[in-house]
Design a protein around this ligand. Structure first.
Ligand SMILES: [Zn+2]
Ligand SMILES: [Zn+2]
Length: 60
């Protein structure tokens, strides 16, 4: 079953998944790193970036 790598949602067809992926692209601006201004397609990717690039920015 096609699965979205960004949010974990599953779809009946690959075509539906590709259509869904476009929503992540258009929403990329809403997942913006406050430390360096980089934007990401999902909260998951943003959190991964912060852990990799700005480990000191995580308070806990
Ligand atoms: Zn998704
Ligand atoms: Zn950053």
């Amino acid at each position: 079953m096609p699965k979205c790598e960004a949010c974990g949602a599953t779809f009946a067809t690959t075509e539906e998944l590709m259509r869904h992926n476009e929503t992540h692209v258009t929403k990329a601006e809403s997942f913006k790193c406050q430390a360096c201004g980089a934007t990401f397609g999902s909260q998951q990717l943003l959190e991964g970036h912060i852990k990799e690039a700005h480990p000191m920015a995580i308070s806990r």
